[in-house]
Design a protein around this ligand. Structure first.
Ligand code: ADP
Ligand code: ADP
Ligand code: ZN
Length: 223
C-alpha cells in the first residue's frame, strides 16, 4: 500500500509517518529528512538546498522529483511507502503520477492532516528531535518520558531545526497555501483523499489514520 501524508508544516506528518512505518512495515520517505541529510553531508545537493530551506522556500521540482524517483525503486519500498513532504507542487504531483504508472504502482490513499495556522506555529516553534536517532519531540505536546533522555535510544543530545523559527514558519505556511494546498481538489477528484482532524492528540490521529488504512496489513506486519 502506498500513501501520501499531506498537510502544512507542523501538522504531524513526520510523527504519524514514524508510527505507520513501524506498524505496517512501510518505508517512510520524508523529503525534508533527505534534504537535511544532504545538507549535513555537504553534498552538492545539500549545498544547493541549504539556503532555499533556510529561507522557507521550496527546492526546485526537478531535484525533488529525481530524489523520489530513485527512492521508490529501492527494495524497502516494494511492500509500501509513505510520502511525507512530497508532492508539494503541481509539477511534483504530475511527476508522481507518471512514475507510479511506469512502475505499475498504485496510490492508495492521500491522508490530509488538517490543522489551523495558529496551532501550527506553536507546534513548529516547540519542535525538537533526538540528535542521535532523529526521534521527534515537542516542548509541550510530546516530552520524552524521562526528562532530557530520548525514549528511543537513551541519548541526551537534542537538536532544533534551523528553519523552525517564527519568521521562517510564516514563509513556509505561505508556500503551503499557495503551492501545495491547491493539490487537494485533484486528489479528491481521483477519490483517494481522506481529511483527518490533525488537532486531536497524537494517538487519536494515529487511530483515525489506521481506521482508513485498515488492520489487515498491520496485522501481517506484526507476524
Ligand atoms: P510535520 O512533519 O507535519 O512538519 P511533525 O510531525 O514534525 O510535523 O509535528 C510537529 C510538532 O508537533 C512536533 O514537535 C510533534 O511532536 C508535535 N505534534 C505532532 N502531532 C501532534 C498532535 N496531534 N498534537 C500535538 N502535537 C503534535
Ligand atoms: P515541514 O513538514 O515542517 O514543512 P519538511 O521537513 O517537509 O518540513 O521540509 C523542510 C524544507 O525542505 C521545506 O521548507 C522545503 O524548503 C524543503 N522541501 C521538503 N520537501 C520538499 C518538496 N517536496 N519540494 C520542495 N521543497 C521541499
Ligand atoms: Zn534518540
Amino acid at each position: 500500500m502506498n500513501l501520501i501524508l499531506f498537510g502544512p508544516p507542523g501538522a504531524g506528518k513526520g510523527t504519524q509517518a514514524d508510527y505507520l512505518a513501524k506498524d505496517y512495515g512501510f518505508a517512510k520517505l520524508s523529503t525534508g529528512d533527505m534534504l537535511r541529510a544532504a545538507v549535513t553531508s555537504g553534498s552538492a545537493l545539500g549545498k544547493q538546498a541549504q539556503s532555499i530551506m533556510a529561507a522557507g522556500q521550496l527546492v526546485p521540482d526537478e531535484i525533488m522529483i529525481n530524489l523520489i524517483r530513485d527512492r521508490i525503486q529501492q527494495p524497502d519500498c516494494q511492500k509500501g511507502f509513505i510520502l511525507d513532504g512530497f508532492p508539494r507542487t503541481e509539477a511534483q504531483a504530475k511527476a508522481l503520477d507518471d512514475m507510479l504508472k511506469s512502475e505499475k504502482k498504485a496510490l492508495n490513499h492521500v491522508i490530509e492532516l488538517k490543522v489551523d495556522d495558529q496551532q501550527l506555529v506553536e507546534r513548529i516553534v516547540g519542535r525538537y528531535s533526538c540528535a542521535k536517532c532523529g526521534a521527534g519531540y515537542h516542548d509541550t505536546f510530546k516530552k520524552p518520558h524521562a526528562a532530557g533522555v530520548c525514549d528511543e535510544c537513551g541519548s541526551a543530545t537534542f537538536s532544533r531545526r534551523e528553519d523552525d523559527k517564527a519568521e521562517t514558519v510564516t514563509k513556509r505556511l505561505e508556500a503551503y497555501h499557495r503551492q501545495t494546498a491547491p493539490l487537494l481538489p485533484y486528489y479528491m477528484k481521483v477519490g483517494v483523499l481522506t481529511t483527518i482532524d490533525g488537532l486531536a492528540d497524537i494517538d487519536e490521529v494515529t487511530r483515525q489514520i489506521e481506521k482508513v488504512l485498515g488492520t489487515k496489513e498491520k496485522i501481517a506486519a506484526q507476524h
